[in-house]
Write a protein that binds this ligand. Structure first.
Ligand code: DGJ
Length: 727
């Protein structure tokens, strides 16, 4: 609900459990409150406007009204506020001062689409209310519309910003945040993610300190190094209780999160497109739409915040035929064959997979052009008949005849210098004239800001997707941008290239997913290098990491789960010794870790012993039983592998009638401490039966007293409890 109090000029955004209050004062939008729901906001804690040293003021009669000290909602630069602004502009005369003042607002039910950008959505207007707040700069004609949406069913507020040039001179946007707000104290810890290829989404929690913290990507992708997300956590907040404020950007390119603690111990938090090497020329009458930021408040700790993101992103960000369907269990040939694939080998793996009950066969890299290693052929999306003599059509038919669906890998955004495409169109890459290209994995980035490049990609991909019977696409992207420039953009628009690339990527994905609604798309960037909400809007699942080692995956999946739901997390059982880290873990351990996400296999099944084949068959059958629970249940993190030797979590069905708990013990500890597994999220009044042995316990018993974790020698053990309500 959105309430406007015209006397106090307060705007109160209300979700089921949270309130967010702003006030218009002297034309400026002040931030008054965000936190636990207030049923009736009557004006508590007004902003005190005491005169302070070094505090500039525009009105000589109001020395205390200084932008340098006020809690602001979308601040600019140049008239007294010395903190980092939410936006920055440059006028034709070279100056960078602007002054946005409130000029009106409209409240409406529902939520508008963002043209050309991914965003959360509603299916019925009754699901949300929105407000457009209009701000104008009288001198330049710059008009800014701040849009806030509150959801009926989620404690989330979606924010976005649109810039319109209503003046008669061009304005250059130098910085555009999607959300910025000034929290009125600094008693927070900052939670962020960091990592690298094979080691994505490590968690870092630090107390806020005076000055600024910046978390960002300058790589042209959201990146495995950082995540377009941060949370501010009250000092006493933990996994299960306390106030947590999440900021998540629905964007796949360069982003910046900035958290600034200033002189009077307040906190400015912002998230948006990274202003580094970004600018956008806004001609008269033109507009610029910022990506969406999704803000989530929880008084149930980090776990409560995560469950809100999970439900919102699973049901009102992800789209398409597969949004509400259980996802197929797949077998991917990458770690089984790498580039040494041929039809016979693939069919043998598929036949074995079919016997195990696996549902989808995915043909990974190496099926096209002359691609026998990673040095050639990206861009030449024509089947390699030497490897696949019957073409994709023939192979997909044979795979379907075996009884599996068929999926295919592409890396559409890239081109190899050794390719027919590059030889024909060297200017189709991101590049700067007169400078050599920097290679990465022997490849270059296609300039997706160009319509002709997108046309080529649409044409070549859709030809393949229409010709063969293809049910799934893995969309990979394996390098970051360098020499960022576009041959078609004029000099004064070169700094738009990286954002135009992302807009082009979104347009291409929109067209393809729309044209092939029955294909399940999975995004990938050397694993989880572009695991972000923007990609989930087009592709409802992502390959979480190239690192398939079960122990490393505990941390990677735990960190990923802070924002993203299990259904979105590709998780595969691979061979041992593990190809990325050389570790040997049991098939049982690998299976349980992968079953905690969107389950599949990535190894040569034909090489397994009969015993292991039988285990795989049992795992597949078991996952099919618990799949709805994992993919649509509520997720609770119970033991943190970043701070302990073990990991644990559980999934609970929305009606609380079924749950599954996982406990992972990493290193054996000779002191034989008895560990206990406590479920969460059960109905305390229900009685549950352990499906494995018929033991019966009450819900409150399982949550409060808990279950003994078996003590077993050796490393890397897993324990599972699948329970159902006794009717
Ligand atoms: C990186 C991906 O993450 C892998 O799964 C695999 O598809 C390779 N690329 C293929 O080149």
């Amino acid at each position: 609900m959105i309430i406007y109090d015209s006397k106090k000029r307060c705007i109160h955004l209300q979700t089921k459990h949270s309130s967010y209050v702003m006030q218009v004062d002297n034309g400026y939008l002040l931030h008054l409150y965000w936190g636990k729901r207030i049923n009736h906001y009557l004006g508590s804690r007004p902003v005190i406007k005491a005169p302070r040293s070094f505090a500039p003021y525009a009105d000589p009669k109001h020395r205390g009204f200084s932008l340098s000290t006020l809690p602001l909602e979308y601040p600019g630069y140049g008239n007294g506020d010395y903190r980092h602004p939410a936006y920055a502009v440059q006028l034709e005369n070279g100056t960078t001062v602007s002054d946005l003042r409130y000029s009106g607002h409209i409240i409406y039910s529902g939520k508008r689409k963002l043209r050309g950008l991914p965003a959360t959505y509603v299916e019925k207007n009754a699901e949300a209310d929105s407000i457009d707040l209009m701000l104008e700069d009288q001198v330049t004609g710059l008009s800014v519309i701040l849009t806030y949406t509150v959801f009926r069913d989620f404690d989330a507020i979606a924010r976005t910003v649109r810039f319109e040039n209503k003046g008669n001179r061009a304005i250059r946007l130098l910085k555009v945040s999607s959300a910025s707000l000034d929290l009125r104290d600094n008693q927070f810890d900052l939670l962020t993610f960091y990592g690298t290829h094979n080691d994505e989404r490590n968690m870092d929690r630090q107390p806020l300190a005076p000055g600024s913290r910046v978390i960002e990507s300058t790589r042209g992708a959201s990146s495995p190094q950082h995540d377009p997300f941060f949370a501010l956590m009250r000092k006493n907040a933990d996994e299960n209780q306390g106030d947590v404020f999440g900021f998540s950007l629905v964007y796949s390119g360069n982003f910046r999160s900035q958290i600034e603690v200033e002189q009077y111990h307040t906190t400015r938090a912002s998230i948006g497109i990274n202003p580094f090497t970004f600018s956008w020329k806004l001609n008269p009458e033109a507009s610029f739409q910022a990506p969406e930021a999704v803000l989530v408040y929880s008084d149930q700790g980090l776990g409560g915040m995560s469950r809100t993101y999970h439900q919102l992103y699973r049901s009102r960000l992800a789209r398409g035929t597969y949004r509400d369907r259980v996802r197929p269990i797949l077998i991917n040939n990458w770690e089984a064959t790498y580039f040494k694939l041929n039809e016979e080998k693939l069919l043998a793996i598929a036949a074995e997979a079919q016997k195990a009950g696996i549902e989808l066969f995915v043909l990974d890299d190496g099926w096209f052009g002359r691609r026998d290693n990673d040095k050639s052929s990206l861009g030449d999306w024509f089947v390699n008949k030497r490897k696949l003599p019957h073409g994709l059509k023939g192979l997909s038919k044979r795979i379907h005849d075996i009884g599996l669906a068929f999926g295919l890998w592409f890396e559409p955004e890239m081109v190899s210098p050794d390719s027919d495409l590059y030889r024909a169109h060297p200017d189709w890459t991101l590049h700067v004239p007169g400078r050599p290209h920097s290679l990465s994995r022997h490849q270059l980035v296609l300039d997706l800001s160009r319509a002709d490049v997108r046309r080529y990609l649409y044409q070549s991909l859709s030809t393949i997707l229409s010709d063969a019977d293809i049910n799934y696409v893995k969309w990979d992207m394996n390098r970051h941008m360098t020499e960022v420039g576009s041959a078609l953009l004029p000099p004064d628009r070169q700094q738009e290239t990286a954002h135009r690339y992302i807009l082009g990527l979104y347009e291409l994905m929109e067209r393809l997913t729309h044209a092939f609604p029955n294909i399940l798309f999975e995004s990938c960037s050397s694993g989880g290098g572009r695991f972000d909400p923007g990609m989930l809007f087009y592709m409802p699942q992502t390959w979480t990491s190239d690192n398939t080692d079960a122990v490393c995956r505990l941390n990677i999946q735990y960190g990923t789960s802070v924002v993203y739901p299990a259904i979105a997390m590709g998780a595969h059982v691979s061979a041992v010794p593990n190809h990325q880290v050389g570790r040997v873990t049991s098939l049982a351990m690998r299976g349980a870790v992968a079953m905690s996400g969107n389950f599949g296999y990535e190894l040569d099944l034909t090489k397994l012993s009969d015993e292991d084949k039988a285990t795989v068959k049992k795992q597949v059958a078991f996952y099919k039983k618990i799949r709805p629970l994992i993919q649509f249940g509520n997720f609770y993190r119970l033991c943190n592998p970043f701070t302990s030797n073990d990991a644990a979590w559980c999934f609970v069905s929305p009606d609380q009638k079924e749950a599954i708990g996982f406990y992972f013990s990493v290193w054996f500890n000779p002191n034989l401490v008895q560990k206990v597994f406590h479920f969460q999220g059960l109905n305390p009044d229900f009685v549950y039966e352990n499906c494995a042995n018929g033991d019966v316990f009450s819900g409150d018993e399982l949550m409060n007293s808990g279950l003994n974790v078996p003590i077993e020698k050796g490393d890397f053990h897993r324990y599972l409890w699948w329970i159902k309500k006794v009717e």
